[in-house]
Write a protein that binds this ligand. Structure first.
Ligand code: SAH
Length: 458
């Protein structure tokens, strides 16, 4: 086969990133935008020794798992890698991905894994409560906004991404009108000129409160009162601000934020817990699914009210506050100081007193509090970043010997590695449940419960 040559291939499998996998004469092809069960015509793009990448040219026989993407710019944007799959097929893909990693990386046997059905969304659209839109201009010099096409900084014009809230379009329209009225130009990365870089929009799904922040390449935003006047026509508008970012950087937000209108935060709820979300606070982007995820974690923790529970990698304490409703005491640990400040404030707003937060590395704080201060754990919940849990932390968990470990993960590969470590230390997988926090994309969250069974290999 040569580059640009076309060929027919049956898609028999999917890789981790949601590309279809097929074979021709023993050689493996990865074809994006295809679905398991498709037969397609593809064009060879890039070839390595044993595998290559091909572009989808035509679907000859569609898989029953295929669906027409609703989004008109799905392909150019690339944000939704699973756009060619029906939602049911996406869910099957995600469950398979997690199961494969547990078997392959975790070396668990199939009968050690009890998988509960994945928690999907009824309507897998408009689930994101946050969006960041870059501003730029088209060839005619008109202001445009949308999303960066995969791995580039070319803006794909789209003011109404179907994953985002309906208000985004109205808000972006107002910002463009405001810019035109006042002769403000969008920022150009190439020339490092122009004023308006990004608009960040956040919505509290339960409260309907909206927050808008304009990121500018400058010291001040001219006619900012006029911007506020226009934006206040949008129902729910609660906080308006601008942020100064004059650096040549990919980082979106600047360090300084100037409030134009409102308190600088919005309020939202997950379950019965209320949160104040400021511009820079971390907050899960899919609040409906977050609630289901946390409920699953809480259910797996099997708290009766007498337990001491830990929430490692706690962020702004969302899970800690959820657990505190059913535990005797909860300890949260998080690396980022500002997040812990938010966590403490959120505990206070909700009148939750049986929780204490530590700033620091989970692996260090847990060991120190256990060995020096004699704190113990009945249940440990952990929700680490993609790279997973530090070995020292896993080791301390084994020393502390909680009855149950509830592991929440956004990366089933590192999860599988860490579960193997705990399994060799005497823990057994009791339950596994995936939760779809990001429909349309290849991401999948999973919650696992392990219990101590004393069968140690380590
Ligand atoms: N449980 C939270 C956030 C999970 S994201 C929620 O659901 O909202 C993972 C968090 O781990 C991030 O907030 C990150 O700042 C934090 N983190 C990363 N490395 C850490 C470490 N070594 N110790 C403690 N926290 C860490």
């Amino acid at each position: 086969m040569e580059k640009n040559q076309e060929f027919v291939v049956a898609i028999e499998d999917m890789n981790e990133d949601g590309a279809g996998v097929g074979r021709v004469d023993g050689y493996i092809w990865f074809v994006k935008d295809t679905v398991m069960g498709d037969v397609v015509r593809a064009k060879a793009m890039k070839m390595k020794k044993t595998y290559g990448f091909a572009r989808l040219m035509e679907v000859l026989e569609p898989s029953p798992g295929r669906a027409e993407p609703l989004c008109p710019v799905a392909k150019q944007c690339g944000g939704c890698q699973l756009q060619a799959m029906s939602y049911e097929e996406q869910l099957r893909f995600k469950e398979r991905k997690v199961l494969n990693n547990l078997l392959r990386i975790g070396k668990f046997s199939r009968d050690e894994i009890e998988m509960l059905p994945i928690i999907g969304m009824e309507k897998p659209w408009r689930y994101r409560n946050k969006a960041q839109f870059p501003f730029g201009e088209n060839k005619e010099g008109e202001i445009i906004t949308g999303f960066y096409a995969g791995r580039t900084h070319n803006i794909i014009e789209n003011e109404d991404c179907l994953l985002g809230v309906e208000e985004n379009r109205e808000i972006l329209g107002i910002i463009k009108r405001f810019m035109k009225e006042n002769g403000l130009r969008p920022y150009s990365e190439k020339e490092h000129k122009g004023l308006v870089r990004h608009a960040l929009i956040r919505k509290g799904f339960r409260t309907g409160e909206l927050m808008v922040c304009l990121v500018i390449n400058g010291e001040r935003l001219p006619k900012k009162e006029r911007l506020a006047e226009l934006l206040l026509q949008v129902k729910g508008m609660t906080s308006i601000s601008y942020s100064m970012n004059r650096e040549k950087t990919n980082v979106i937000m600047g360090k300084e934020i100037v409030d134009i209108y409102g308190p600088g935060y919005i309020t939202d709820y997950i379950g019965a817990v209320k949160y104040q979300i400021s511009l820079l606070s971390f907050y899960q982007v899919n609040p409906d699914q977050t609630e289901k995820l946390y409920r699953t974690a809480l259910e797996f923790a099997e708290l009766t009210g007498d337990e001491v529970a830990w929430d490692l990698y706690c962020g702004i304490g969302t899970i800690s506050l959820f657990l505190a409703q059913r535990a005797k005491m909860v300890y949260g640990v998080e690396l980022v100081t500002e997040a812990i400040r938010d966590a403490k404030k959120n505990a206070e707003i909700n009148g939750i007193r049986n929780v204490e937060f530590f700033v620091g590395r989970a692996e260090e704080v847990l060991l120190e509090e256990y060995e020096k201060n004699g704190l113990y754990a009945d249940v440990i919940v952990l929700d680490p970043p993609r790279k997973g849990c530090d070995e020292l932390c896993l080791n301390t968990i084994l020393k502390m010997g909680p009855k149950r470990v509830v592991y929440i993960s956004c990366n089933s590969a590192t999860l599988s590695r860490d579960l193997r470590y705990l399994a060799d230390g005497g823990y057994r997988i009791e339950r596994v449940r995936c939760c779809d926090m990001f429909p349309g994309t290849y991401h999948v969250e999973v919650v696992i419960m392990m219990t101590y069974c004393g069968d140690k290999k380590k």
